[in-house]
Ligand binder design. Structure first.
Ligand SMILES: C[S@@+](CC[C@H](N)C(=O)[O-])C[C@H]1O[C@@H](n2cnc3c(N)ncnc32)[C@H](O)[C@@H]1O
Length: 286
């Protein structure tokens, strides 16, 4: 079979089960299987592939037909300006999460924080912590996760990106393992409520770690803890930035306002126009 025929066949089988990005997935997975650059092999669609390659690709297609995410099959996901290794121990980083990186960088620029101390709670693959470390070479970044499996992945990513010296990884529940005071705390915590969790698409619910997604009955459980506990780990005028779900703006804003320790509370939308990051600055006491 030629590359063109194989791609058409895989695309049709993905479409038949309702996979939305059927053609792109087929191309990415075939490139992965053949260990070739996707754009390169698309230039030669009449090339024939071997029986062994075809057998390998059919196994990969079978995994995708069961809704396994492409990133878990290839073990890679692009984020910010780099590629992260991922496996089922970590959430696949989403493009929307780049908004929290942009906001943290804006704060560093506008507040003239040249050597910020930054804490990332629930680092997963290391996406946010590593993007900030890469953009801010003089920053000191601490990244935590409750999941030892996630920390293996994030530490590997730090090594791959040459950022291992700049980012310290620690395991534990929220602030329990954290020492010190920070200029910026960032977090993309679990924020899916009980009822929503049951309704997640199969590619998410059946493959991504529940502890990365599910927050509890209401979905705001982690925000309450992060907002109330962050004030003990922020410098005066330090900033807390949290990724939020599209329908959580009102509830999380209220938690931040009721806490009473933050001013300049504001929400930034993502590129789809949905509320995505809430930020607040710790009030100066006294
Ligand atoms: C939504 S994922 C975000 C991962 C990554 N920061 C990103 O944006 O792609 C939430 C992360 O929080 C971690 N987590 C869950 N409960 C935690 C806790 N109590 N303390 C620290 N981390 C926790 C999960 O293991 C997961 O890696």
């Amino acid at each position: 079979m030629t590359i063109r025929e194989i791609l058409n066949e895989a695309t049709h089988s993905f479409e038949a089960v309702g996979i939305p990005s059927a053609r792109l997935d087929a191309e990415v997975l075939l490139a992965f299987c053949l260990k070739l650059d996707r754009l390169e092999f698309l230039k030669n669609p009449e090339t024939k592939i071997s029986k062994t390659q075809l057998a390998d690709f059919k196994k990969i297609v079978a995994r995708r037909l069961k809704w396994e995410p492409v990133a878990y099959i290839t073990g890679r996901k692009e984020f910010w300006s780099f590629t992260l290794e991922v496996n089922q121990g970590v959430l696949i980083p989403r493009p929307d999460t780049e908004v929290i990186v942009e906001e943290a960088l804006n704060i560093c620029r506008t507040q003239n924080l040249s050597k910020p101390r930054i804490l990332d709670i629930g680092t997963g693959s290391g996406a946010i912590a590593l993007a900030l470390a890469r953009e801010l070479p003089d920053a000191k970044v601490v990244a935590t996760d409750i999941s030892p499996a996630a920390l293996i992945v994030s530490q590997k990513n730090a090594l791959n990106l040459g950022l291992a010296k700049q980012v310290e990884f620690i395991q534990g529940d929220l602030f329990e393992p954290v020492n010190g005071i920070f200029d910026i705390i960032v977090s993309n915590p679990p924020y899916i409520a009980d009822r929503e969790y049951q309704e997640l698409p199969p590619g998410v619910k059946d493959y991504e770690p529940k502890e990365a997604l599910w927050a509890g009955q209401t979905g705001v459980e982690f925000y309450e803890k992060l907002i109330y506990q962050s004030k003990n780990h922020l410098n005066e005028n330090g900033w807390l930035l949290l990724e939020i779900g599209a329908r959580q703006e009102e509830n999380v804003r209220k938690i931040m306002e009721d806490c009473g320790n933050y001013n300049s509370i504001d929400v930034r939308n993502d590129y789809a126009g949905l509320p995505r990051v809430i930020k607040g600055r710790k009030k100066v006491s006294g």
